[in-house]
Design a protein. Sequence first.
Length: 430
Amino acid sequence: MTTQEILQAAQAARLPLALADTDAKNAALKAMAVALIAAQDEILAANQRDLEAARGQVSDVMLDRLALTPGRLTDMAKGMREVAALPDPVGTVLRKIVRPNGLLIEKTAVPMGVIAIIYESRPNVTSDAAALALKAGSACVLRCGKEAWATCHAIVQALRAGLRKMRLPECAISLVEDTSHASARELMTADGLVDLLIPRGGAGLIRACVEQATVPCIQTGTGICHVYVDAAADLEMALNIVENAKTSRPSVCNAEEALLVHRDVAAAFLPMLKQRLVDGRAAAGMTPVELHLDPAAAAIIPGVPAAPGDFDTEYLDYKLSVAVVPSLEDAVAHIAAHSTHHSEAIVTGDKAAAQRFVTCVDSAAVYVNASTRFTDGGEFGLGCEMGISTQKLHARGPMGLAELCTYKYIIHGSGQTRGGASAAMATPCR
């Protein structure tokens, strides 16, 4: 099918999905989870084909983003079941107003309609997006990167089998067949067919969507995430947080890319950092972290001299920019200058410093004494997520079911009409 045909089919699925009750949607989600596991062999075989084609073309950490295992498939199915267990947002009365004339006005959550998602090489986005869109009563049109197409196609085929079993329209979940830039542009400009566009990927993809989209678009974030080690930090705690934020999965957007250390603890902390992230990992046969150091940090430990653009780089790799700052205020200023407003953390035992940091840092998720790796729909109790929004309108942070709904005002009356003296205009419009 052409992209246009897929969008028109998704439009046709809008009404059946809007009319589906909570039980029907939950049953479909559970059937989709079962079908996903039942198709494990086909999905993993397709994933191997994608990995073989990508090997040598992308970095090892990007191959890790693309790779599926039985465990990751199980987690994807679990995420779908968790979405089924969440309250249904559709029909929720967000605000109720009773007017003096007896009108009852209800601000009510309703489905978005058709949600398009452009993403790159993370196959789990396929099931996450499909599950959330379905529970929120919307059809989803997925457009993945060419590196992941075989895997995503196999996943969508499995999810559609679950929809068939529950007699919901298969076109509620669709995968664009064209992986060229033309199909991405078609989604960006599909006025009247796409109600919401969500890009998930690198800075280039997100910038293209923001600049070119004529349909409503939510800007999801590249993640230049910071950890600031304050003068009052427990240094062992700080070391554990930095290690987790950087190395647990460096290819994802909530991984730490920049470390700021207060100058009062830099001489003690930075040698600990080098031992844990560089020397210790190398000795254990793991990939050491390449430390890109500003002049103050380089005066304490060896590393790569930080280039001018390093603190504005989302590495998605075993690399970390490190700077020494004179004060908390300087840390906040550095974050304001270089952050993508995704996730930032402070490690401190000073409650006043923590409060100042969370008040002054303008990011979607701000942590006190915890790793930035928790910025995730599942970790936030949302089941899974559609993406991390770094904008401020409509949605911010991990986007779950509530953020995938819009609302309408439903007004109940008993024959009221508007008029009377208040309706008369002294100077009528001409």
